[in-house]
Design a protein around this ligand. Structure first.
Ligand SMILES: [Zn+2]
Length: 166
């Protein structure tokens, strides 16, 4: 991997990420460079050359652990975010099913397993070097996390309201 020219850094800066290819500073909310469309994964230097060689089927197997497939292919930060999303959503879901908010709990648990399945597919795509096909990108994971917390807060607040007991 060629070193970046002196005075430039590829990777995270305070308010965005710097494209390794053209040097454009992009907001964290975009997945690919606004100027040259380089993927954020390449721009972070996590290209195929740095990535451990993992068979897609092996990555899928590791994906049975939340975020495990991502860790296996060297996408640890994304793996951690995915694991956080899956575990938080599952934990809140189980709590609500056990509590007084069964429908919301079921939604969260179903969501967890769908997202879990997608994360396993994502791990195989990453292992195959097919980053562009990844669905649970950093921005998607943070948005989903926000939705989960919103749902939990709305459900918790509405418990004090009319209260539809299942
Ligand atoms: Zn660029």
């Amino acid at each position: 991997m060629p070193l970046p020219p002196p005075g430039t850094t590829a990777g995270i800066v305070t308010d965005g990420w710097t494209c390794k290819v053209c040097g454009t500073v992009n907001p964290v909310s975009v997945d690919s460079c606004r100027s040259c469309q380089t993927s954020i994964y390449e721009a972070f230097g996590a290209g195929e050359e740095d990535r451990p060689e993992v068979e897609p089927s092996r990555a899928a197997l590791w994906g049975l652990l939340p975020g495990g497939g991502h860790f296996k292919v060297g996408e640890s930060a994304l793996g951690l975010a995915v694991a956080g999303l899956l575990l938080a959503s599952l934990a809140f879901g189980v709590l609500m099913i056990g509590g007084n908010r069964r429908p919301v709990g079921i939604i969260l648990v179903v969501f967890t397993f769908i997202a879990w399945g997608i994360s396993i597919y994502d791990a195989t795509r990453l292992a195959a070097g097919n980053e562009d096909a990844v669905l649970l990108r950093p921005r998607v994971v943070t948005s989903a996390m926000g939705l989960v917390f919103m749902l939990v807060i709305v459900a918790a607040v509405s418990i004090t309201g009319e209260g539809t007991t299942p």
